[in-house]
Ligand binder design. Structure first.
Ligand SMILES: [Zn+2]
Length: 311
């Protein structure tokens, strides 16, 4: 592990030698960051084909989870991440396809042997949600402490409500910065940028095209951006009683794949990863169609996200 002071030294040193050997921090093999997409479907309805929103960034064996859609703990296990590695949770916004398993992730990681601190970051009412979740599960938690000798769960959890963009944390592994994005009527909604020793990764959360996101993602190596396919929305809402309202809502607070390409271009990112697909499971919309839409304005690398894809 490279200490913060050592990283600062290396950063300073690298400015003297340009991009030569010292530009990359000298650290253990694990300091190479891992980004795994845990769930790439948009919307809370459970599906056969993909999981709800979640991704994990792992640096030096510490797991930083962004969003907690349904099944996030199981997806982490399928990705080969040990649940006691969980260190930080970030919620982009309070929509159920991003937060349904927020409490369950902490509870189930604890049952899997987690004994160390968890920090949770996200918009209000995160504090109240956490308290209510612990109250709802008090019987099981108390039983396992008494019957299985586990450490109390509640003191491990440290909740930080975010109401504005800016620096979120800076530890030995990553610097995390948040920006307010535009996802009405849900506010605040955040995008997060992770500056790891080896690269920078930005997670858009849900947003319509956002200038704040473009600034946050400036020059990033990887931008994971939500993507909408407008022609698919009519099929998505067909047969739903509230079709017109739902369609209007979807179109007004998301970003088309084509616009995601515009955002990636303006931000100057190297790789655009499309995720949070809306519609999430329409077989008539192929990977090629998503890429063609996003590449209309962006000539960098484009990846069509898949559950458990590691980048
Ligand atoms: Zn949302």
């Amino acid at each position: 592990m490279v200490s913060r002071a050592r990283r600062r030294f290396l950063r300073a040193a690298s400015t003297f030698v340009g991009s030569l050997a010292l530009a990359q921090p000298v650290a253990g093999q694990n300091s190479k960051s891992r980004l795994i997409l845990l769930g790439i479907g948009g919307g809370p309805r459970p599906r056969k084909t993909n999981s709800a929103s979640a991704q994990v960034i792992v640096v030096n064996d510490a797991a930083y989870v962004v969003d907690c859609g349904d099944g996030v703990a199981r997806q982490l296990v399928l990705a080969g991440i040990r649940l006691p590695q969980l260190r930080h949770i970030f919620l982009t916004h309070q929509h159920s396809d991003h937060n349904a398993d927020y409490g369950n992730l902490m509870l189930l990681a604890w049952t899997a042997g987690l004994k160390t601190r968890i920090d949770a970051w996200g918009p209000p009412p995160l504090q109240q949600m956490t308290a209510h979740f612990l109250a709802m599960n008090a019987y099981d938690i108390r039983t396992r402490i008494q019957d299985e000798g586990r450490v109390p769960l509640e003191p491990l959890i440290h909740v930080h409500e975010l109401t504005d963009g800016g620096l979120v944390l800076d530890d030995d592994n990553v610097r995390v910065t948040a920006a307010l994005v535009d996802h009405p009527p849900v506010a605040p909604a955040f995008a997060y940028r992770f500056d790891a020793p080896d690269r920078s990764i930005v997670i858009s959360g849900d947003t319509r095209p956002s200038e704040n996101l473009i600034k946050l993602a400036n020059g990033a190596d990887v931008l994971v951006h939500e993507a909408l396919f407008p022609a698919g929305v009519d099929r998505l809402v067909a047969g739903v009683a509230n079709a017109a309202t739902l369609k209007q809502s979807i179109l007004s607070h998301h970003t088309s794949a084509e616009d995601a390409g515009r955002v990636a271009k303006k931000a100057g990112v190297k790789t655009l990863v499309l995720s949070h697909f809306v519609p999430p499971d329409d077989p008539e919309i192929t990977d090629r169609m998503w890429i063609e839409a996003a590449s209309a304005h962006f000539d960098g690398k484009i990846v069509v996200g898949k559950d458990l894809l590691e980048l």
